[in-house]
Design a protein around this ligand. Structure first.
Ligand code: NAP
Length: 318
């Protein structure tokens, strides 16, 4: 066990790196534990065209590398590891453990993000076995990638608000959008359903479930295999792209029983703040935001978390 740190930041994406930047510039010498997918969801995105300051766009991984470099430049220490256990409930100083190490910290900033729920089909994401379709015709974010599917016919998987919202958004660019849902009843709120049902660029494929992606992983997705969930019959459907709108899963399992979460598992912070109900513990980015889920809003909330942590530390000294 080493000395008690001022700030430990768990997780690295736009929120975590921004918190690290502000905390390091406040001379708090933060330690960031960056997790298994350093950089978060932007690492599986291609061009990012909606992050202010980059008029020609920037690749997601490059943007995250820049965030990281900036945080390191001011003295953020970065540890690669996966947090397996925390003790927050006993109050500050808090304990944070990975399988190899253990630290204590006066404050903890949680920026573990959320992961898009995926179907779990072969070649979905890049893996040791080879490249995947994600970023090559398959996306889990219409706001990020919709623009690249101009004039194409695409599929949106899901029957909830996310799928309705993604499908409606995509009709701005795509020639046709087909919502593929595994049942014949939507889960989405009435208003979102009505909007999608009334849109003449949107079709529905009911009782349908994707069983395979077709095309060349790492290059281009050209179609999918679809199973009729009532008869079990399978057929191939050509498409210019697939958007998964089947929800997000906040990465909060390690905080189970220690921090307040909403019904979907997102961390709950005080209104308009990054502080959780435990003084000295802050949450920022997608782990506490099921609504905006944008890199720029995550970065903003990371800044809030660091400033709140800095002020709380000052209040403890006084
Ligand atoms: P959700 O409500 O959980 O809906 C997920 C949808 O994906 C469901 O239709 C589900 O099918 C389907 N699905 C889940 N796993 C699947 C799988 N493995 N294969 C095929 N289909 C699968 O998630 P969400 O739409 O992301 O919404 C999450 C929360 O955010 C909700 O509270 C929602 O109201 C809110 N939200 C609000 C807005 C808005 O108001 N603008 C926008 C987005 C989200 P089943 O229906 O068969 O279970």
């Amino acid at each position: 066990m080493t000395e008690t740190r001022n700030v430990i930041i768990i997780g690295s994406g736009p929120a975590g790196y921004t918190a690290a930047l502000y905390a390091s510039r406040a001379n708090l010498k933060p330690l960031m534990i960056e997790g298994r997918q350093p950089g978060g969801q932007l690492m599986i995105t291609t061009d990012v065209e909606n992050f202010p300051g980059f008029p020609d766009g920037i690749l997601g991984p490059e943007l995250m590398q820049r965030f990281r470099d900036q945080a390191v430049r001011f003295g953020t220490e970065i540890e690669t590891g996966w947090v397996t256990e925390v003790d927050l409930a006993s109050g500050s100083p808090f304990t944070v453990k990975t399988s190899e190490k253990e630290w204590t910290a006066k404050t903890v900033i949680i920026s573990t993000g959320a992961s898009a729920r995926l179907l779990g089909l072969p070649d979905e994401e890049p893996s040791d076995a080879g490249p995947g379709f994600m970023g090559h015709g398959l996306s889990a974010c219409a706001t990020c990638d919709g623009f690249f599917f101009r004039d194409k016919d695409v599929l949106v998987v899901g029957g909830g608000d996310s799928a309705m919202e993604e499908a409606t958004f995509l009709t701005r660019f795509c020639s046709r959008v087909t919502i593929v849902h595994r049942r014949e009843e939507l889960r989405a709120s009435k208003i979102m359903q009505d909007r999608a049902l009334a849109n003449d660029k949107i079709d529905f494929m009911w009782n349908a479930s994707l069983t395979a992606y077709l095309g060349t992983p790492g290059e281009r997705l050209t179609g999918v295999r679809v199973e009729d969930t009532t008869t079990g019959e399978e057929r191939e459907v050509e498409t210019g792209g697939v958007f998964l709108g089947i929800g997000h899963v906040p990465n909060t399992q390690v905080f189970d029983g220690q921090l307040k979460m909403d019904d979907s598992g997102y961390l709950v912070t005080k209104p308009g703040m990054a502080e959780t109900e435990i003084p000295g513990v802050y949450a920022c980015g997608d782990v506490q935001d099921s609504f905006y889920r944008q890199a720029v809003t995550a970065a903003g909330s990371g800044c809030m978390a660091a400033i709140e942590a800095e002020r709380w530390l000052e209040s403890q000294e006084g």
